[in-house]
Design a protein around this ligand. Structure first.
Ligand SMILES: O=c1[nH]c(=O)c2[nH]c(=O)[nH]c2[nH]1
Length: 306
């Protein structure tokens, strides 16, 4: 029976590494969840069981911690690219490496109006992430970076409408000119591969700017649908960040239904809502620059995006 090995990759998932910078009394920390994967010519490992080409996942884990000390974590993107390059150097059978990182933010605890030197509180608004794919080695290698934010829960209590939609015999949804709009946003943006190759991207600054812009546009756009809000947010990112080639969103529409208080003789002009858990609308969209570079493997194994 003709049978062959299909797509495969292997690595160490969810290495939780915390790097403390303690060169001065004012410490800094970076708190990461790093998942590594190698892909390439690994048929022997699967078919005959010969592991000569396999750089163990344990070694991949050790490299994450050793690199956190040796090169530090300037940004999740830089750290991921350095790890990918290292694995490709160490494992000749590997043709590509994928490094996914989530970063948990920590704010300084405020004590008497000042941020404490070494006590932190987890920042609660969205988890930064990146997925880096490197194919090949040396000058000809292709580096793709998709960075983003997840679990960014936002709500506006007005400035959102939904009407004029298609109706059939099963439609019961009332049209509304004033509703709550809320979502737990996942946004990912792909950097142009040519811009990455030229270098000089300030990854942390770019992340901070895009995050702030997404929030600003969510607040400012008078929404006619979550779809239109997402498009407007993506458009703003592409306009202000020339090194970004495309933005993709996955946004659950966290429905807030007006509670019917009429049985109790009470009116309810948009004041009391039932926050439904499920089902939820799931709105997903990509906003793409016309002359964007080809994505190549950029979206490799990034689930949840159309
Ligand atoms: O912003 C929305 N988009 C939809 O597609 C949709 N569908 C729905 O029932 N409510 C909403 N809201």
């Amino acid at each position: 029976m003709p049978i062959r090995l299909g797509p495969n990759q292997y690595g160490k998932a969810e290495n939780r590494v915390v790097r403390v910078y303690r060169d001065t009394a004012r410490h800094q920390i970076r708190d990461l969840n790093v998942s590594t994967s190698l892909r390439g010519r690994f048929e022997d490992a699967h078919i005959s069981g010969d592991q000569k080409d396999v750089l163990p996942t344990d070694t991949q884990k050790n490299t994450v911690f050793a690199f956190a000390k040796k090169i530090g974590i300037a940004s999740v993107e830089e750290f991921a690219i350095a790890l990918a390059d290292r694995y490709l150097e160490a494992a000749p059978a590997a043709e590509g490496a994928r490094i996914g990182i989530q970063e948990y933010g920590w704010d300084r605890i405020q004590v008497e109006g000042a941020g404490h030197d070494h006590a932190f509180v987890r920042s609660g608004q969205g988890v930064r992430n990146t997925v880096v794919n490197v194919d090949g080695r040396g000058d000809g290698r292709v580096v793709q970076v998709v960075s983003g934010i997840e679990d960014l829960t936002v709500l506006k209590s007005t400035g959102s409408e939904f009407h004029g939609f298609l109706k059939d015999e099963y439609t019961t949804l009332p049209e509304t000119h004033d509703r709550i709009l809320a979502t737990s946003l996942v946004a990912r943006w792909r950097y142009d591969s040519a811009a990455i190759a030229r270098g000089g991207i300030d990854w942390d600054k770019s992340y901070d700017g895009i995050r702030a812009l997404l929030l600003q546009r969510f607040a400012e756009i008078h929404s006619l649908a979550l779809q239109q809000t997402l498009y407007g947010m993506g458009e703003a990112v592409l306009e202000e960040h020339p090194k970004v080639a495309e933005v993709r969103f996955s946004a659950p529409n966290k429905h807030h239904f007006l509670s019917d208080l009429s049985p109790f003789g009470l009116d309810n002009p948009g004041e009391v809502f039932f926050a439904a858990d499920r089902p939820y609308g799931l709105i997903e969209a990509a906003v793409i620059r016309d002359e964007a570079s080809e994505p190549g493997n950029a979206w490799h194994a990034v689930p949840g995006f159309c």
